[in-house]
Design a protein around this ligand. Sequence first.
Ligand code: COA
Length: 345
Amino acid sequence: MTKRRARITGWGKYVPAKVLTNDDLAAMVDTSDEWITARTGIKERHVRTENDTTTSMAVQASLDALHVAGLNPEDLHLIIVANSSPDYLLPAPANFVQHALGASCPAFTIAAGCSGWVYALATAQQFIATGVYQNILVVGVEIISYALDYTDRTTCILFGDAAAAVIVQPSLDGEGVLAFELGSDGSQAHHLWVPGGGTVNPVSQKVVDQREHYIRMNGQEVFKFAVRKLTTCLRNITAQAGLTLDDLDLIIPHQANLRIIEAAAKHLDLSMDKFFINLHKYGNTSAASIPLALVEAIEEGRIHPGDTVGMVAFGSGLSWAGAVLKMGMPVASVLTHNGHARANA
Ligand code: COA
């Protein structure tokens, strides 16, 4: 029986206008452009303006994705939003995004840190494979800056805000999600977490005074985990797809730190040319990282019709998630109003 796969037919992104450079951060904490560039590869990141909310950013990216796919919000059968920085603790962002888009379909949120969007894509693949839904919006959005302690130089230099979205629709001709792997190791949760503000340690004066409502991270442990997972997950998903690493035309790694990607490339004996990198412009945008890189790879003509793309995310949880996709859309020949390539042209 021919397998129904989730194929990407639309894509869009939204990046806030405000830019925070390494020099800007050096004016706030004891760091330097040289240190951040050498240790991470990041030069600048975007952070939300007063007009940006998690919902508004998700909606901007989603409208572009719908436009590229040639769909209207009312055509959507499901919305999945990957997010760990919601506008409100309740309800989760997907409901706000559904309402703001004017869609009337079910919507839910996946909170799996930086791995969230690949978890969401794998979830969408299930609804497509079973034939339950045809037109699914998969969004990754983060205003991670709200959870950053801008007095902590070990974390505030790494992250930025962004949104990116894709439309997936069924394909019966071998395009779409070929394989995926999802993973969790909760024993390492405390290496990347927000210790205050939840039910165990609710918001209080003490939580605020001790800055426990901000992200805490054990950078070296996360670094080792990231290199390990980027390497093993890429191997696992390509093997599961019946491919070798050489068969991948492009690899989209989570854009956390250039040194993590370089270390994985070395372990895998792959050229860095095979990896798409945009972290110098955005830093780590958490759940938006992989879709934002995917959208830019499409816009820059790094992905061609028929290409096979591998993607691996990792992050808080500690979690990881990878997928191999066969890209089906004609790329870049017909441009929409905003410069995006139109699918199915
Ligand atoms: N500017 C200047 N110095 C800094 C600094 C900064 N922004 N951050 C840390 N340092 C200092 C440390 O205090 C330490 O000083 P010391 O030797 O006097 O104690 C020194 O630099 C080395 O610190 P270390 O933690 O060993 O640096 P590193 O090479 O591991 O780089 C990270 C730190 C955070 C960049 C790196 O560990 C990392 O990227 N980890 C993964 C984080 C990540 O990707 N998280 C998200 C995953 S989704």
